[in-house]
Design a protein around this ligand. Structure first.
Ligand code: SF4
Length: 240
């Protein structure tokens, strides 16, 4: 049965109340568009802490983005130092993105693109960003939220899994409709923190294979948590 609006609001309230202590209470660092795209590749299906760690390691180890472009993916993976899952795919996407940008602009400056994007509506801006082969829906949404200040909430497969379990979304088919629904429920000022909270919740409790519902602070509001509790409850033996 679809979760009612009031129940969804209860879940959102509990999410902010119980998980906020696990995330950084400071705005995300402002970065040029190119770096936001690279950061989005690191941040997708990862916590902010892990993405920050990998991004800082990249910046610290390599002289500039051109050096990253010509570096082997193996060396980039080593730089992540185990901070991220799917390290090989992420490293390859970063190299591909840098190569594509270099071939199309002969530089690593995407700030002129930002001016173009600012003049377009959010939908057109997203389409333009997704012309980069290595950019996907998440990366485009990330740039729109962080660089264009739009009320756009980047949703990766981890967030979709958690939101589905919590009954915040019903179907996984239409990503645009899902995002519109979530953006309706989360105020713009809290969009960035919401993304942080969901990824930490997924990391600590709402694991892909076996969610730890019994220890999850959302278990009293989350329908999946409630279901798990009902199944775990011992059945009373009838007196003989
Ligand atoms: S109660 Fe279980 S399913 Fe619901 S958010 Fe927590 S871990 Fe995930």
């Amino acid at each position: 049965m679809p979760t009612q609006t009031t129940s969804k609001q209860k879940i959102v309230t509990q999410l902010f109340a119980t998980m906020a202590k696990h995330v950084k209470n400071e705005p995300i660092e402002s970065r040029p568009v190119l770096e936001q795209l690279i950061y989005a590749i690191l941040r997708e299906n990862a916590t902010r802490e892990s993405a920050d760690q990998a991004f800082e390691a990249l910046r610290g180890r390599f002289f500039d983005w051109n050096e990253v472009r010509v570096t082997s993916t193996l060396e980039i993976i080593e730089t992540f130092n185990g901070a991220l899952s799917d390290a090989e795919a992420r490293a390859q996407r970063i190299v591909d993105l840098l190569q594509e940008i270099f071939e199309t602009t002969y530089s690593f400056d995407l700030e002129p693109l930002l001016e173009v994007l600012q003049k377009k509506g959010m939908k057109q801006a997203a389409k333009q960003l997704m012309r980069f082969q290595a950019a996907n829906d998440y990366a485009a949404a990330w740039v729109m939220q962080q660089s264009l200040g739009g009320h756009v909430i980047p949703l990766d497969s981890t967030a979709l899994r958690v939101l589905k379990r919590m009954g915040m979304i019903e179907e996984l088919a239409d990503l645009e409709a899902i995002r519109a629904s979530i953006e309706n429920q989360i105020p713009k000022a809290k969009g960035s923190q919401f993304v942080d909270l969901i990824s930490v919740l997924a990391d600590l409790h709402c694991l892909e294979q076996a969610p730890r519902c019994s220890a999850c602070p959302l278990r009293t509001a989350c329908p999946t948590g409630q279901e798990a509790k009902a199944h775990a409850a011992p059945t009373m033996k009838k007196p003989r």
